[in-house]
Design a protein around this ligand. Structure first.
Ligand SMILES: *[C@@H]1O[C@H](CO)[C@@H](O)[C@H](O)[C@H]1NC(C)=O
Ligand SMILES: *[C@@H]1O[C@H](CO)[C@@H](O)[C@H](O)[C@H]1NC(C)=O
Ligand SMILES: *[C@@H]1O[C@H](CO)[C@@H](O)[C@H](O)[C@H]1NC(C)=O
Ligand SMILES: *[C@@H]1O[C@H](CO)[C@@H](O)[C@H](O)[C@H]1NC(C)=O
Ligand SMILES: *[C@@H]1O[C@H](CO)[C@@H](O)[C@H](O)[C@H]1NC(C)=O
Ligand SMILES: *[C@@H]1O[C@H](CO)[C@@H](O)[C@H](O)[C@H]1NC(C)=O
Length: 604
C-alpha cells in the first residue's frame, strides 16, 4: 500500500468535516469584488453525439476563452430531478425530488421538501446578489402552480412553462410559449420562437443588472442570470414527443446530417442491460426518422448559439471590467441518446450519452482553451459558484468546487490525493421513449421501460475507466470504457470466476475489482455531505485509501470480497422507497466487528 504523509494528512483534512475552499477565492488573477455569473442551461443536450461541434459561438466565446470539462456528469438523467440537484448541490437521494411529476417529483415536490427556501438564488441573494432567471425552471412549474408559492430568491423572472402532470400544455411547444414575468399573470405568445424570447429576456435582465451596477445605489451588487432555453428538447404537446422545432430561419440547415454512426448505433446484436437489451433492431424507416430527429436537434441549437453570441456581444459593449468580472457557464440538465443501443430518442439511462453533459466555463482566472479530464458533476456546481463568490461552503453539500481557475487546476493536478474519481448516478421510475417509434414494448406508458430504477457509478482514474450499474431487478452491468468506450460489452458476470476467460481487469482479479466498485456504490447510494465527497475515506477512516488503486491492496480482499454487503433491491419501485433498496450503508474498515453503526452516524 502507498502510504504517503501527504495522503494521510489530506485524509485527515477530509475527515474533519468542514469543507475547505480551494485556492480560488484568493486567486491573484481574480478582480476584487464578487464576480457576476451568467449560467446557461440547455434542455437535453448531448455531449457525446457531438452537438457542441455545431455551435460556433459557444466554441468561440466560451470554449476558446475558457475551460471545457469533458468528463462532466449529471447525477440523474432527467430534467426536474437533475435541475433540483444542480440548484441545491445535493444528490437526488438527498433532495428526494426524483421524478418529473408527483408523487415523487416536479415543482410541488421541490416545494414540499423545503427546497424553495434553500437553493442557489436564495443563497446568492443572501450573499448580496441580484438574481434573474429566464426560461424553464423545472417540470411541474406550470400555469396552475407558478404562484403556489412563487419560486423564491429571484430579483427578476421570466419563466417559460412546462407540463405539470403530462396534461398541462405549452412547455415544449417552440412557437406557442406561455411565459410568466415576475408576479404577473402568465401570457401565451403564439407565433414567437421560444429561444428568441429567452434571448430577449436575458438581454433585458442583463441591461437591468448593468444599470443597477452603475446606478450607484446598487453599485456593489453583483448579478446572477440563469438562462434556460428549452432547446433542443423534443417538441411536446399533450404527452406526444415529436422532433424539436428549429427557428424558421434554421429549418433548412445541415442537409443530410445524420446521427454519428458509432459502434453502439443501432447495433446488430442487442447491447445494454435491463429493458434496453430487449429492444429490436431499428429498420431503415426508423433510422431515417432518427437521423431527421438528430438534425432537428442541431438546428434547434442554432438559436441557442445565437443567444450565447447575443449575451457576449452585450457584455462586451459594457465597460470592460464587467466582462472581466463575469463567469459564463454553459451546460445542460442531462444528456441524450438517439438510436444508440437501439434506443428511441430519450434520456433516463446510465449510458454515457445520457449522463456525460457539456460543461464550459470562462471568466476571471479561467485558463483559455483548456480541457479538464477528471470527473466532475452537477452537484459540484453550487459549491463551485460559492467558492468563486467567496461564500462559505455548506457542510452538507454533496459536491466539491470544480477546479475552474488556473491556480486551482495546478493545485488539483499536482495533488494525487485530491483527485476525485467517482460520480454517483441514480434513477427511479420509468424510462421515456420519445419520437414516433418508441420501440417494441417500451415507451412512456408501455411496460418494458417501467423497471428503470437503478444505482450506477462512474469511476475514472489514470489507469481505469469503469461504468457500473445495478438495476432494481438485481441485474448488473460493468463496462471498461478504456477498452470499450461505446459500452458494447458487459463484462460483469455473476457466474464468472477467476478461472474463466477474462478474469483480469487492468491486471487485477475482476471479481475483486467488482467487490470494491460495489462497495463504493453502496457507500454513495445513501451518502450525505462529506461521505459523498470522499467515499473512499468514509470506507477507510484511518486514511491511506483515496482511490480504487489504493483499495485494491490485497490486505483489503477479505473486507471487500467476503464481508461487505452488496448493493441490491428487493423490488422495483417508482420512487425512493428505502425499504426496497437493500443494504443502505457499507461496513467501515476497522469496524467490521461491532461499532459500525456509530461510526457511520459520525459521518452522515
Ligand atoms: C397556443 O396555446 C394556447 C394555450 O394553451 C392554446 O389555447 C392555443 O390553441 C395554442 N395555439 C396554437 C396555434 O397552438
Ligand atoms: C426581441 O427583441 C428584438 C429587438 O427589440 C425584436 O425585434 C424581436 O421581435 C424580439 N423577439 C421576440 C421573440 O420577442
Ligand atoms: C419499421 O419499423 C416500424 C416500427 O416498428 C414499423 O412501424 C414499420 O412498419 C417498419 N417498416 C418497415 C418497412 O418494415
Ligand atoms: C470456474 O470456472 C472453471 C472453468 O470454466 C470451472 O471449472 C469451475 O467450475 C468454475 N467455478 C465456479 C465456482 O463456478
Ligand atoms: C419489473 O421488476 C419486477 C421485480 O421487481 C418484476 O417482477 C417485473 O416482472 C418487472 N417488469 C418488467 C416489465 O420487466
Ligand atoms: C421520498 O418521497 C416519497 C414520496 O413522498 C416518500 O414516500 C419516501 O418515503 C421518501 N423517501 C425518503 C428516503 O425519504
Amino acid at each position: 500500500m502507498k502510504i504517503g504523509a501527504a495522503h494521510t494528512l489530506l485524509g485527515l483534512i477530509g475527515l474533519a468535516g468542514a469543507q475547505t475552499t480551494s485556492g480560488n477565492a484568493n486567486d491573484p488573477a481574480k478582480p476584487k469584488g464578487k464576480p457576476n455569473f451568467i449560467f446557461i442551461i440547455t434542455d437535453d443536450q448531448d455531449l457525446r453525439l457531438g452537438s457542441l461541434d455545431y455551435m460556433p459561438s459557444v466554441q468561440k466565446h466560451l470554449a476558446d476563452q475558457g475551460t471545457t470539462f469533458s468528463k462532466h456528469y449529471c447525477t440523474i438523467a432527467i430534467c426536474c430531478p437533475s435541475r433540483v440537484s444542480l440548484l441545491t448541490g445535493r444528490a437526488a437521494h438527498n433532495t428526494n425530488v426524483t421524478d418529473v411529476a408527483l408523487p415523487y417529483g416536479g415543482y410541488p415536490k421541490f416545494v414540499s421538501e423545503g427546497w424553495n427556501d434553500k437553493y442557489l438564488p436564495v443563497w446568492l441573494q443572501e450573499a448580496g446578489y441580484n438574481t434573474y432567471y429566464t426560461g424553464k425552471l423545472m417540470n411541474g412549474h406550470s400555469t396552475s402552480t407558478y404562484n403556489n408559492p412563487y419560486p423564491k430568491g429571484w430579483t427578476g423572472t421570466d419563466f417559460g412553462f412546462i407540463l405539470s402532470d403530462f396534461l398541462d400544455p405549452n412547455t415544449y411547444v417552440y412557437y406557442n410559449v406561455t411565459m410568466q414575468h415576475n408576479k404577473e399573470d402568465p401570457r401565451t405568445l403564439t407565433g414567437q420562437y421560444s429561444t428568441d424570447l429567452a434571448k430577449n429576456s436575458t438581454l433585458s435582465f442583463l441591461d437591468q443588472a448593468l444599470a443597477d451596477v452603475s446606478s450607484g445605489a446598487d453599485s456593489e451588487k453583483p448579478f446572477f442570470i440563469g438562462v434556460a432555453p428549452i432547446g433542443p428538447h423534443s417538441e411536446t404537446w399533450q404527452n406526444r414527443f415529436s422532433t424539436p422545432v428549429p427557428a424558421d430561419r434554421h429549418k433548412d440547415l445541415f442537409p443530410g446530417l445524420k446521427v454519428p454512426r458509432t459502434p453502439n448505433f443501432n447495433p446488430e446484436v442487442a447491447t445494454g442491460g435491463g429493458w434496453i437489451k430487449t429492444l429490436e433492431r431499428q429498420n431503415q424507416t426508423v433510422v431515417d426518422y432518427h437521423d431527421d430527429y438528430y438534425r432537428r436537434r442541431i438546428q434547434a441549437l442554432q438559436a441557442v448559439d445565437e443567444l450565447v453570441d447575443g449575451i457576449v456581444t452585450r457584455l462586451s459593449a459594457a465597460p470592460p471590467e464587467v466582462l472581466a468580472n463575469t463567469y459564463l457557464i454553459y451546460t445542460s440538465d442531462n444528456g441524450f441518446h438517439v438510436g444508440q443501443h437501439r434506443l428511441a430518442p430519450g434520456k433516463t439511462c446510465s449510458i454515457e450519452e445520457d449522463i456525460n453533459v457539456p460543461f464550459v466555463i470562462r471568466g476571471p482566472g479561467v485558463p483559455a482553451g483548456q480541457h479538464w479530464e477528471l470527473p466532475t458533476s452537477h452537484t459540484d456546481i453550487v459549491p463551485t459558484l460559492f467558492n468563486l463568490a467567496g461564500i462559505p461552503l455548506q457542510d452538507d453539500f454533496d459536491g466539491v468546487p470544480m477546479p475552474v481557475t488556473e491556480t486551482a487546476q495546478k493545485t488539483e493536478s499536482s495533488d494525487e490525493a485530491r483527485k476525485s474519481e467517482h460520480v454517483n448516478v441514480e434513477f427511479w421510475g420509468r424510462s421515456i421513449a420519445e419520437g414516433k417509434y418508441p420501440g417494441v414494448g417500451s415507451g412512456l406508458l408501455g411496460p418494458a421501460g417501467l423497471n428503470n430504477t437503478y444505482k450506477a457509478l462512474r469511476l475514472i482514474g489514470d489507469d481505469y475507466d469503469l461504468s457500473y450499474t445495478v438495476w432494481c431487478t438485481n441485474e448488473h452491468e460493468l463496462y471498461d470504457l478504456k477498452a470499450d468506450p461505446w459500452q458494447m460489452n458487459n463484462i460483469y458476470s455473476s457466474t464468472d470466476n477467476a478461472t474463466t476467460a477474462t478474469p483480469l481487469l487492468y491486471g487485477w482479479d475482476k471479481a475483486k475489482v467488482i467487490a470494491r466498485v460495489d462497495a463504493l456504490l453502496l457507500t454513495l447510494k445513501a451518502c450525505k455531505g462529506a461521505v459523498c465527497r470522499r467515499p473512499w475515506e468514509a470506507l477507510h477512516p484511518a486514511g491511506c485509501v483515496h482511490s480504487l488503486r489504493d483499495a485494491m491492496d490485497p490486505a483489503f480482499d477479505n473486507f471487500y470480497v467476503e464481508q461487505q454487503p452488496r448493493v441490491s433491491f428487493s423490488e422495483c419501485k417508482l420512487g425512493y422507497l428505502a425499504e426496497f433498496e437493500g443494504a443502505m450503508q457499507p461496513l467501515i474498515f476497522g469496524d467490521e466487528v461491532g461499532g459500525m453503526q456509530a461510526r457511520w452516524e459520525d459521518w452522515t
